[in-house]
Design a protein around this ligand. Structure first.
Ligand SMILES: *[C@@H]1O[C@H](CO)[C@@H](O)[C@H](O)[C@H]1NC(C)=O
Ligand SMILES: *[C@@H]1O[C@H](CO)[C@@H](O)[C@H](O)[C@H]1NC(C)=O
Length: 341
């Protein structure tokens, strides 16, 4: 379906009426980042058709992924038990940058006080963590010392693929890890679309103290539109509560060809097991420029001046993480948006 109305009110009711009819996840998928329980540590390091094994990780020992390897005993277990993480070095080496990758996993479904991520039905959440070693170096002379970052990128999302054309809905869920809290004095980017020329983020979910802005409560999830707008448009915000998954769906209309000739973003949200609800209308937002979706933890340093990427100050001794689940993207060109699994 193409949007034929130039009246935003009509457009919104059209979208809402269509999605109301499509609750379950029946829309055709563009990509699926949901991790099967059968995934192991080594699988993340190989070509696995879910996440890219190459980006974005730090140099040397790097990000931690916690997935369920106790699945045979305890499926569908999904959460590392406090104090029970097992660490070991993965022998697989990444090109140039990584020498070892510590991984952790150990789950016990009985200890999980919350439901799995809403769209993880037969799949498991993944934790992305950062340490002092999570310093990304896109090239030998571009070492991002002002950031600590580790992100999952979808294997099929090349930057020019169909995930950033037409009308698509990106789904993801995330929750805090009480054992690896973020430091809310810093700004974090948890999910973002980075344009293919790396010049902007068309959408970005942030938390913590956002640089250059007055942040009333840093313990908030804030979804912004294109950051080239000054100041960026706040599309939606919600408290970042402990102990629960926060489920997002973001409909991205990449078409500027059809009336009303503007690219838009509409946000759906729910907590825990509740069905998603539209929390915004389709808001004007420039999502052009294609690019790649990032899911992870990008921690910005403080007092970075003009070059925060290199000069941002980072405290030492960190162990921070965010748990992700239910990552997928569906085709919404005919108005299909899944509100529950
Ligand atoms: C899982 O957690 C429950 C409740 O805390 C505990 O009774 C049980 O022994 C645990 N199972 C394993 C395999 O650790
Ligand atoms: C949070 O970060 C600030 C700045 O990097 C640092 O001074 C402070 O010690 C950190 N707090 C905790 C609890 O780690």
């Amino acid at each position: 379906m193409h949007f034929l109305s130039s009246n935003p009110q009509t457009l919104t009711s059209l979208v809402l009426s269509v999605i109301a009819a499509v609750k379950a996840q029946q829309c055709s998928l563009q990509f699926d980042g949901r991790v099967p329980g059968a995934f192991s540590a080594a699988t993340f390091d190989t070509q696995n058709n879910i996440f890219s094994p190459k980006n974005v990780f730090g140099q040397g020992s790097s990000s931690l992924y916690c997935v369920d390897v106790a699945r045979l005993d305890q499926a569908p277990c999904s959460y590392p038990v406090a104090g029970e993480q097992i660490f070991f070095d993965d022998p697989v080496q990444y090109s140039l940058l990584r020498s070892s990758l510590p991984l952790c996993f150990k789950c016990n479904i009985s200890d999980v006080p919350w439901r799995a991520a809403q769209f993880d039905v037969n799949t498991v959440p993944v934790e992305v963590t950062i340490s002092d070693q999570s310093i990304f170096a896109p090239s030998a002379n571009n070492v991002q010392t002002g950031f600590r970052r580790a992100e999952l990128l979808i294997a099929s999302n090349t930057g020019t693929d169909a995930s950033t054309t037409g009308v698509k809905t990106l789904h993801f869920s995330l929750m805090k890890d009480a054992q690896r809290p973020l430091n809310l004095s810093h700004e974090y980017q948890l999910v973002f679309l980075e344009s293919n020329d790396f010049s902007t983020n068309q959408i970005v979910l942030k938390t913590g103290t956002i640089l250059g802005q007055a942040t009333a409560n840093p313990d908030t999830l804030q979804l912004f539109g294109n950051v080239k707008q000054n100041p960026p448009q706040l599309l939606f915000s919600t408290p970042f509560r402990p102990g629960a998954f926060h489920n997002f769906a973001v409909t991205l209309d990449f078409n500027a060809l059809n009336p009303p000739k503007q690219r838009t973003t509409q946000v759906f949200f729910s907590a825990g097991a509740s069905p998603l609800q539209a929390v915004t209308q389709a808001l004007k937002n420039d999502v052009s420029g294609q690019g790649q979706f990032h899911f992870g933890v990008l921690k910005k340093g403080l007092d970075g001046g003009n070059d925060i990427v290199k000069n941002g100050v980072q405290e030492a001794g960190i162990n921070e993480g965010i748990i992700f689940g239910g990552i997928f993207e569906e085709d919404s060109s005919a108005g299909c948006v899944s509100l529950s699994p």
